[in-house]
Design a protein around this ligand. Structure first.
Ligand code: SDX
Length: 422
């Protein structure tokens, strides 16, 4: 099959068919308007490929997720987050020498400019850390020129400084002094140290918590053309800087239907706990056509079988809480909610399963991460994916400034009425 035939207004046109390396098939409509004067219409882009990409492959029916071809299950089990960053951004697993050099570069760039600390002083303690993260990421362009020749260095700077910004925003919110990065700690240990160390005592990073954080960051690292990644590509297509493009991605991720869902899940589970563990009530609310209430952490645009990340996190939640000796009633409620929903026709018919956000918050809680930092952790994990997708887009000869069309349904031509005659 090399082309599709479209008949419109008595005219037939051939639209080329393209097939991906995993045999996904698409109709190339890039000449549709010039040949027919009409546009395709697909609100939410559920049926539209915005680009071709070699970074992440998802098969929603089979629950497959691979970064540069490597199954998420293998990377989650055996890789470090820093290795996955390298894999996503540079396209191959690093050699030992490449990884050592990459780690060294990341270590050397963890500090933010001392003047950037003044930004934090302007925020109230109640400021959501995603607001701070977005503003600080974009503000990096005020300190580090974002010219094309500096892109590789700025990629390192962004990866290295984002965790410092995240930890500083947490310390600011609880009124504690900032803890500076330490060059003797690896990525996850350094972040945990900056988050939880206090001047009065020595903080020892728990290997269990560091391992759990490594897993969570890997599972969030990329997910092809999701809302925030598409935002990064959209903004980057205008040749806006790396920092500006990623800052826009942070904003898109914040939404409760996207990365903000992990915070919403915990708040939902707490509501169920405080409402007499009445799980069925919330399932019924989510099914009610007259209610816009949704079960957060359920459903996905692509996964119509199961989200492999949720499957891994469900197992990890049991392990991490057991290793930490934490008993969290919210985990029991989550498992019960999953069981009730997956037996309910409403969810079965709509193929709604737990997604990556359903169990991640349970683990973050057990690690001592406050709820409003959950989406910041999602952003730290997704950073290498955003960067890789931005880099791929900027190097793609097919890239044009993203400028969708519309179907206009507003008023016809009207004549202006002067103010004194209205
Ligand atoms: C992430 O795209 C990605 O890859 C995202 C992500 C990534 O790694 O980047 O995987 C991360 O964002 C995961 C999703 C986190 N969001 C949530 O958990 C919020 C709750 N989920 C939903 O809002 C919803 O499922 C979405 C946003 C995830 C997907 O929305 P879609 O694909 O637009 O689906 P839809 O809204 O058209 O729903 C189809 C039907 C509707 O019912 P009907 O109108 O057909 O009767 O399913 C219903 C919806 O009402 N539905 C739900 C539901 N999700 C969908 N009903 C109750 N609870 C839900 N969670």
């Amino acid at each position: 099959m090399t082309s599709a035939t479209l008949t419109i207004n008595g005219k037939e046109i051939e639209l080329p068919i393209l097939e991906g390396s995993e045999h996904e098939v698409g109709i190339n409509i890039s000449k549709l308007r010039s040949q027919t004067g009409i546009v395709a219409y697909d609100p939410g882009y559920g049926n539209t490929g915005a680009c071709s990409s070699g970074i992440t492959f998802i098969d929603g029916e089979k629950g497959i997720l691979r970064y540069r071809g490597y199954p998420i299950e293998q990377l989650a089990e055996q890789a470090s987050f820093v290795e996955v960053c390298f894999l996503l951004i540079y396209g191959h697993l690093p050699s030992q020498a490449e990884l050592a050099d990459f780690r060294e570069q990341l270590t050397r760039h963890t500090l933010i400019h001392e003047d950037m600390k003044k930004f934090f002083e302007g925020y109230p303690p109640s400021a959501h850390p995603m607001a701070i993260m977005a503003a600080m990421v974009i503000s990096l362009s005020a300190y580090y020129p974002d010219t094309p020749d500096l892109v590789d260095l700025n990629i390192i700077r962004l990866l290295a400084k984002a965790k410092t910004i995240a930890a500083f925003s947490y310390k600011k919110s609880i009124g504690q002094p900032y803890v500076y990065p330490r060059n003797d700690l690896d990525y996850t240990a350094d972040f945990l140290h900056m988050m939880f160390a206090v001047p009065a005592e020595t903080y020892t990073v728990s290997p269990t918590i560091a391992k759990a954080l490594n897993l969570l960051l890997i599972l969030h690292a990329d997910h092809e053309q999701n809302c925030s990644t598409s935002t990064v590509r959209m903004v980057g297509s205008s040749q806006a800087s790396l920092f500006a493009s990623i800052g826009a991605g942070v904003c898109a991720l914040w939404g409760p239907l996207h990365g903000g869902a992990n915070q919403e899940v915990i708040q939902m589970l707490e509501m169920i706990r405080d409402d007499g563990m009445n799980t069925q009530k919330y399932v019924d609310m989510a099914k009610d056509p007259n209610s816009d209430y949704r079960l957060f952490g359920f459903g996905h645009r692509v996964y119509k079988n199961f989200d492999p990340r949720a499957r891994i996190l469900k197992g990890a939640a049991d392990e991490v809480l057991a290793e930490l000796g934490v008993s969290d009633p919210l985990l029991t409620i989550a498992k019960n909610l999953e069981e009730v929903a997956l037996q309910d026709d409403y969810f079965i018919q709509r193929k709604l399963y737990p997604n990556v956000d359903f169990y991640s918050g349970i683990i973050y809680r057990a690690m001592g991460i406050p709820t409003d930092m959950f989406t910041v952790l999602f952003a730290l994990g997704r950073l290498p994916g955003w960067i890789a997708q931005w880099k791929e887009m900027r190097g793609d000869a097919e890239t044009r400034i993203n400028r969708p069309r519309q179907i206009y349904n507003g008023s016809g031509e009207s004549t202006y009425v002067p103010l004194n005659q209205r």
